[in-house]
Design a protein around this ligand. Structure first.
Ligand SMILES: Nc1nc2c(ncn2[C@@H]2O[C@H](COP(=O)(O)OP(=O)(O)OP(=O)(O)O)[C@@H](O)[C@H]2O)c(=O)[nH]1
Ligand SMILES: [Mg+2]
Length: 275
């Protein structure tokens, strides 16, 4: 199966004289991800758009993801790999592979589509069985802008908000006597996401009192307006910091032999695939 793979480094690294003096382990660390964050959810919920919004600060046109893609975010001295996954059923088998070793998983739904929340539990949660034992989970309702009347007008096209056309269109219809713009009906309330988060903790056999609270881990976002997107990613980065520090100290305590240290290898050997 062919997989499209995107590799982006947010801040291009400028090699200064000071940096040239870095030791070999430091240089290796500079280009290696410290932790992995994976975004899961049904097709069309806006996973790719959320990543674009966070990485490029833009809301671009997207095409449905094939296989997966990953980005490398340099966050202070740390490197975080952000893995986008395909929501389409045909790529479902790849999900647990992408989750392997993940320190954080974002389970994404569309606030105007109840089924997209239900799918998280029915189809996606079990994929996270391969994640780290101390992985943190966030439940994210995207497309919050569609339920906000102040954003609805520009989206309104032929009686249905542009981005919900793939699904059954649930509108509060405009009446001839009112000038209020139509908005998509919110099908998922924040409490529904909180309840799912609590069920995730039970599924993972995690103690609710020792886990991050639902209010902190459930977000409503809009990749379109950017609402809550930076907050989502930055919160998760801060929460995985202990994992980063633990993994760094483990790798320093038990250094592994890297073949790159021992002479050139053929280009075929060094080519890294994404899966
Ligand atoms: N109004 C609105 N539309 C959004 C938002 N996020 C994504 N969309 C639109 O929803 C559609 C699907 O977005 P994608 O980001 O491609 O969805 P995805 O979850 O990556 O889908 P797959 O790759 O198929 O799994 C696109 O038309 C986006 O422009 C949002 O926050 N608000
Ligand atoms: Mg996508």
């Amino acid at each position: 199966m062919k997989v499209n793979c995107t590799f982006e480094i947010v801040s291009p690294v400028r090699v200064s004289r000071r940096r040239m003096k870095r030791t070999m382990p430091e240089m290796k660390r500079a280009r290696r991800p410290d932790v992995k964050l994976v975004i899961l959810g049904d097709m069309n919920v806006g996973k790719t758009s959320l990543l674009h919004r966070y990485m490029d600060k833009k809301f671009n046109d997207t095409i449905s993801t094939v296989g997966g893609a990953f980005y490398l975010k340099q966050w202070g001295p740390y490197n975080i790999s952000l893995w986008d996954t395909a929501g389409r059923e045909q790529f479902h088998g790849l999900g647990s592979m992408y989750c392997r070793g993940a320190s954080a998983v974002i389970l994404t739904y569309d606030v105007t589509n109840w089924q997209s929340l239900a799918e998280l539990e029915e189809r996606f949660l079990s994929l996270t069985d391969t994640a780290n034992h101390d992985c943190i989970y966030s439940v994210v309702g995207n497309k919050a802008d569609l339920t906000d009347p102040s954003n609805a007008e520009e989206d309104y096209e032929g009686g249905c908000p542009v981005h919900t056309q793939h699904y059954a269109c649930h509108l509060i219809p405009p009446t001839s006597t009112t000038t209020v713009s139509p908005v998509a009906t919110r099908e998922v309330q924040k409490e529904d996401a909180v309840a799912l988060y609590q069920r995730i903790l039970r599924y993972k056999a995690l103690d609710e009192r020792l886990s991050p609270p639902a209010e902190r881990m459930c977000f409503e976002t809009s990749a379109k307006t950017g609402a809550n997107v930076d907050e989502l990613f930055e919160t998760l980065f801060e929460m995985v910091l202990p994992s980063i520090l633990r993994m760094r100290s483990e790798s320093e305590a038990s250094p592994t032999i890297d073949l790159e240290d021992y002479g050139p290898v053929s280009s075929k050997q060094t080519k890294v695939g994404c899966c």
